[in-house]
Design a protein around this ligand. Structure first.
Ligand code: FES
Length: 236
């Protein structure tokens, strides 16, 4: 890698490679910055803002913001925690997330973030949007009620699978995931082993006939909070 630079996160000196993002540098220093749209195998996208930090007092997404020498980054302060908590709550009310009925429960990153932040009930009114699902594909289904528009499937299909199966269409409240087939998911060239199927952080894209292959109680976040594998500090 290139030149080393030094900056601080919550008062701790962090040495990083020039060109790294704040999220990458924090992770190398065992500091967990919550994230949802970011994925280690995909290009940063910066859409969810769950990774918001304050850089010299200004909000930035840690997954896209490069490190800068001498920068003062806040990540674990009450102010930043409250920003992230509000974003997570808005994600819950904006969709239809019925965790108790979802196969992804226990492996869901949105649910795990809510647990980590101690969110029991969002303070905002639920919008209960009308969204559809598509179960026409023989091996995979998509339930847009649970989609958080993170774009992981879009990037994975484009950059890893080389297929462009998924794409965003619409704007504002009408924004949704569409396919490279006007008919339905079965009309696409999506394969059950595609990376795009693996990377969904919630229960929007799931493989069929795999429900409860991992029993409830033995899932990724059933026993440890999300981020436990990264951190050795108490950063939130
Ligand atoms: Fe950084 Fe989504 S994880 S904006």
């Amino acid at each position: 890698m290139g030149d080393k630079i030094t900056f601080t996160i919550d008062g701790k000196d962090i040495e990083a490679d020039a060109g790294q993002t704040i999220l990458e540098a924090a992770e190398a220093a065992h500091m967990y910055i919550p994230r949802l749209c970011a994925h280690p195998d995909l290009q940063p996208y910066g859409s969810c803002r769950v990774c918001t930090v304050l850089v010299d007092g200004r909000p930035q997404s840690a997954c896209t913001q490069p490190v800068a020498a001498g920068a003062v980054v806040e990540s674990g302060t009450d102010k930043v925690t409250e920003i992230r908590r509000q974003i997570i709550e808005m994600l819950f009310v904006e969709g239809n997330h019925y965790c108790m009925f979802c196969e992804k429960s226990g492996n869901c990153e949105l649910q795990a973030l809510a647990y980590r932040f101690g969110i029991t009930a969002p303070r905002y009114p639920y919008l209960f949007p009308h969204r559809d699902l598509d179960a026409t594909h023989p091996d995979v289904f998509i339930d847009r009620n649970r989609c958080v528009l993170c774009g992981r499937c879009v990037r994975a299909s484009r950059d890893v699978d080389g297929k462009n199966v998924f794409q965003f269409v619409g704007r504002g409240p009408e924004k949704r995931i569409a396919f490279n087939s006007e008919a339905n998911l079965a009309g696409t060239n999506l394969d059950v082993m595609d990376k795009a199927v693996d990377v969904c952080p919630v229960g929007a894209i799931l493989r069929k006939r795999e429900g409860f292959r991992i029993p409830v109680g033995r899932r990724a976040y059933d026993h440890v909070p999300i981020g436990s594998d990264i951190e050795t500090t108490a950063a939130k």
